[in-house]
Design a protein around this ligand. Sequence first.
Ligand code: NAP
Length: 306
Amino acid sequence: MSQVYGRVALIGLGLIASSMYWSIKRGGLAGEVTGFARSEATRETARRIGLCDRVCDSVAEAVEGADLVVLCVPVGAMGPVAEEMALHLKAGATVSDVGSVKKAVIEAVAPHIPEGVHFIPAHPLAGTEHSGPESGFAELFDNRWCLLVPVEGADPAAVAQLRAFWEGIGSNVEEMDADHHDLVLAVTSHTPHLIAYTMVGVADDLRRVTDGEVIKYSAAGFRDFTRIAASDPTMWRDVFLTNKEATLEILGRFTEELFALQRAIRTGDGDLLHDYFTRTRAIRRGIIQAGQDTAAPDFGRGKSVK
Ligand code: NAP
């Protein structure tokens, strides 16, 4: 693999940024990688574990001279961070992000991008329930999708360079518009997370009645929900606050389906339940055939990727 950018700046040093750093190093994709995190504690940890070639004490210092700046902070923090760094960006640089929601990030960040700087939003579809600078690993993005969401009038050469960068990181890259991205992700990621949070919340209520039995006898289905529901609260709060429309639309459909299944259970409609579960089983097979998961029975209890 060869160098794609001279200097890359990672703003926010959590799971995604740290995984990117180890992967950039693995592929030799950048000459130098600078990093910045909001808290002194995270910057200290980054320095201790050798995360980034140079950890800076300000956003301004981190983005100075960078050819690519990647915002790796929660969606709700993207706008203020973009505003803070705007004056210090190099002419001709590319600003990108890794936020889980795209329309809201574009609305928050685009107004701060100076003339002569490219803005190309992106979203790597890979993560775990862990967060922070010590949770990253180089293989996180291998064979996962990274969606690029270029804004209107984006420079094709700058988009191609960012594509080469994510391919070097190990991802398969595709382009999508922001509205479509937010709807697709509401189905595949955001609503499932909300359902997991709800189910674990319900079980937590029950636990008080059943004296710890929910934890003690937790079965595979519930354990998988708890893994998803252990995800970072700030990140997921921001996802729902900013992908409101699409999530509410999918939740509406989910509720209708749930009522249909509830009715089938009440009326003893075994055929409906059997047909439904046969259809959903085929979707799982499709995901495994597409190489996006393994059929290993310990899924979710080893190194998890969602
Ligand atoms: P994370 O591990 O929690 O790290 C977040 C980083 O952002 C930390 O370094 C934190 O600094 C910094 N930060 C938080 N609030 C900030 C603020 N108000 N101003 C400046 N910096 C702030 O998060 P992550 O999982 O890497 O997620 C980062 C982004 O990737 C999010 O936009 C998320 O939507 C997206 N994403 C996440 C996943 C996933 O599964 N985790 C997958 C794909 C995309 P301190 O440590 O100093 O507080």
